[in-house]
Design a protein around this ligand. Structure first.
Ligand SMILES: [Zn+2]
Length: 193
């Protein structure tokens, strides 16, 4: 059975990475989402684990070492919230997006399934897409997806420096939609491969 590794961004001591009003802290929010995604997958019979159960930040190199111990047949999803600025002021850009590494890789299908799930779960919200490479996901050399050996996608769950996105993220509807997007995207991918 495919091992599903769920990673959450940053740690309690990471500077910045919060909404300007301090109500949303990325490390805490993504840990809540990641835990709910892991339990949701486990309840449905999937083999999912939290890559970083600790509250504190784990250096990226150690996260990668931990993930790679599960080998190339596992999959990894790293859950984050985005910001268009430095988090000290409210800004305009909004939306959900997902990133894979540059070039065509096995992560592209995983990202496509997460996008499908995002479209279904966020019908009235902005989904940010980059079709320059032929599919919806963005491509970037984030360390965690570049150095891991399995299909890996990093999700940026809306903008923590956009007031409307933060209201959504902190609402019950929003939290649930973010959790469902990950659950459904992962399950769609696993049934497709
Ligand atoms: Zn982050």
């Amino acid at each position: 059975m495919t091992k599903i590794l769920i990673d959450n961004g940053h740690g309690i001591e990471t500077r910045g990475k919060r909404s300007p009003d301090g109500r949303l802290r990325e490390y805490r929010y993504t840990r809540e989402i990641a835990s709910a995604v892991v339990s949701g997958l486990q309840q449905r019979g999937y083999d999912a684990i939290l890559l970083v159960p600790e509250e504190n930040d784990l250096p990226l190199k150690e996260r990668v070492r931990r993930a790679n111990a599960y080998g190339p047949d596992s999959i990894l999803i790293s859950i984050h919230c985005n910001a268009s600025g430095r988090g000290n002021e409210w800004r305009q850009p909004q939306g959900w997006s997902a990133y894979t590494t540059i070039g065509e890789t096995s992560a592209d299908l995983l990202a496509s399934k997460l996008y499908e799930a995002a479209e279904a779960n966020f019908p009235e919200r902005r989904i940010r897409k980059d079709f320059s490479d032929g599919d919806a996901d963005f491509e970037a050399s984030f360390y965690i997806i570049r150095h891991t050996v399995m299909p890996a996608v990093l999700t940026e769950n809306f903008m923590m420096d956009n007031q409307d996105d933060v209201e959504f993220l902190l609402s019950d509807v929003g939290r649930n939609a973010v959790i469902q997007t990950h659950l459904q995207g992962i399950i769609k991918y696993l049934t497709a491969v």
